[in-house]
Design a protein around this ligand. Structure first.
Ligand SMILES: *Cc1c(COP(=O)(O)O)cnc(C)c1O
Length: 236
């Protein structure tokens, strides 16, 4: 991995990550088209996003609505195929702007946020796809619906949003083997009849693909180290 975030480095990193995704799909007996790469551009400047766009990347992840609002609308005008996923913890008072900006909100994790998003969808006349974030390791400091409440919350979101609820997302505990957590999330999605499973980051996306990820969220391995730790990176 090249840690500089110059445009050639970003293009090269992307091609390496795409090859690793292909290899992981192949090893798992899965079709390459089953896995979408979400390039996590949080904290990186617009020019880094442009370098990735120029290298053929179209799906991006940002964890703060405010940052996405300053980076994306102009680029989108020039790149209509571009897609934005919100992957960070979402405050209810940012729901409306998230619904206006995003193609997918991956962090639906509590009833009050579901209320705010439903209201925003109605007001904006625009409906991003939604993923329920599950606190798969039941960690006190992490976002996501607690495991004990997950099944009921997912079912309630399916009733409320219908086909707008596409799947589940998780961030497993930082320590230890993520595989059991990935397996658990994929199984929950299957039981609820949900197609999308967003899991796996720079350090573990191949393991996530082996366990059923349909979306992997990769930041550092594409854009290099983040200039500063995103304030909510540890507890998205
Ligand atoms: C920052 C972030 C990522 C990307 O992490 P890397 O380790 O840089 O690949 C993925 N998912 C979420 C929710 C994040 O906040």
């Amino acid at each position: 991995m090249i840690l500089s975030s110059s445009p050639p480095a970003i293009a090269q990193n992307l091609s390496v990550i795409r090859q690793r995704i292909r290899d992981a799909c192949h090893a798992a007996g899965r079709a390459e088209a089953d896995v979408t790469l979400v390039a996590v551009s949080k904290t990186h400047p617009v020019k880094a996003v442009i370098a990735a766009l120029d290298a053929g990347q179209s799906v991006f992840g940002e964890n703060r609505v405010q940052e996405a609002a300053t980076k994306f609308p102009l680029l989108r005008a020039a790149h209509p195929a571009m897609r934005l996923h919100i992957i960070g913890g979402l405050q209810t008072n940012k729901a409306r702007e998230a619904v206006r900006l995003a193609d997918c909100i991956e962090t639906l994790d509590r009833p009050r946020l579901a209320d705010a998003i439903a209201d925003a969808i109605q007001r904006e006349g625009r409906a991003p796809s939604l993923l329920v974030q599950v606190n798969i390791g039941d960690e006190a400091q992490k976002g996501g619906i607690p495991l004990a409440e997950a099944d009921a919350f997912i079912a309630a979101c399916q009733t409320r949003f219908g086909a707008g609820l596409h799947g589940l997302m998780c961030i497993p505990p930082a320590e230890g083997d993520p595989a059991p957590y990935f397996t658990k999330l994929a199984e929950m999605a299957r039981l609820h009849g949900l197609a999308v499973v967003s899991m796996g980051m720079s350090s573990d996306f191949e393991i996530a693909i082996a366990h059923g990820a349909t979306h992997v969220r990769v930041g550092t391995a594409i854009f290099g180290r983040r200039p500063t730790l995103a304030p909510d990176a540890a507890t998205p």
